[in-house]
Design a binder for this molecule. Structure first.
Ligand SMILES: CC(=O)[C@@H](O)[C@H](O)COP(=O)(O)O
Ligand SMILES: NCC(=O)COP(=O)(O)O
Length: 237
């Protein structure tokens, strides 16, 4: 079974546009779960342009499925995660000014850095995942960090899918196979959509979880949140 974790960053983007509390991020999370989401993902960024640190604190007692916090592990982020104790933390190597995530970790170069942070999260009982591309050196490097999971950065797959889906998935199949051999569980995310999700799911057999935000929240404008979540869940069958 592959879990669908709904990333609610874009709900916060809309809320922040007017400075009030509409739409309400906490209500949205509760409803996502009611409509079939099997997890809630948030990615607080240093400028708090969408999810705010306080949102993360407010969400923790409300999320009843799986709470996944993503972000670059600076000390402020690490302290927030250790305060909130989510089910999973996903470490992403984004510089503060990044528009969105656009690369995975160089797990060889950052080995010692990641080992120390992952240990800190493990000591607090938090499952870890690290964002990586399909480069096999980075997949093999991930095991040395002690992480429980990797999250495959799927933007290149999403970009290439409309041109040639077999070519687009190929590196992901190899990466997932190698990760499986090493005993790493696999998550995936970034730019997954109703168009490309089912093919990804069909080809990556050992996929534990996908986190989807931008396309899913956009689709909800047309199809409604409940219907959209069900549509995405049907792509994972
Ligand atoms: C790690 C990842 O791919 C997602 O967290 C994605 O970057 C969403 O972040 P934004 O909503 O800030 O684009
Ligand atoms: N980890 C990926 C994520 O949470 C959502 O990415 P996107 O669907 O907003 O591109």
């Amino acid at each position: 079974m592959t879990r669908l974790s709904v990333n609610i960053n874009k709900i916060a983007t809309l809320r922040n546009a007017r400075g009030g509390n509409t739409p309400n991020v906490c209500e949205a999370a509760i409803n996502c779960e009611r409509f079939g989401a099997e997890g809630i993902t948030v990615h607080p960024r240093p400028d708090e342009r969408h999810i705010r640190y306080q949102d993360v604190r407010d969400l923790k007692p409300l999320v009843t499925t799986e709470f996944n916090i993503e972000g670059y592990p600076n000390r402020e982020f690490i302290n927030l995660v250790l305060e909130v104790i989510p089910d999973q933390v996903t470490l992403v190597p984004d510089p503060p000014e990044a528009l969105t995530s656009n690369a995975g970790w160089d797990t060889v170069e950052n080995k010692d850095f990641l080992i120390n942070i992952i240990k800190e999260f493990h000591d607090a009982g938090i499952r870890t995942s690290i964002f990586v591309d399909t480069n096999l050196t980075n997949i093999e490097g991930a095991i040395a960090t002690g992480t429980d999971r990797i999250e495959l950065y799927t933007e290149p797959y999403a970009t290439n899918y409309p041109k040639d889906k077999e070519a687009a998935i190929s590196a992901f199949v190899s990466a997932a196979k190698r990760a499986g051999e090493l005993g790493l569980a696999i998550n995936a995310g970034h730019d997954l959509s109703l168009e490309n999700l089912n093919y990804f799911y069909q080809n990556i057999t050992n996929l534990a979880e996908v986190s989807i935000g931008h396309a899913l929240i956009s689709d909800a404008l047309y199809f409604g949140l409940e219907n959209t979540i069900q549509m995405y869940r049907r792509c994972l069958k």
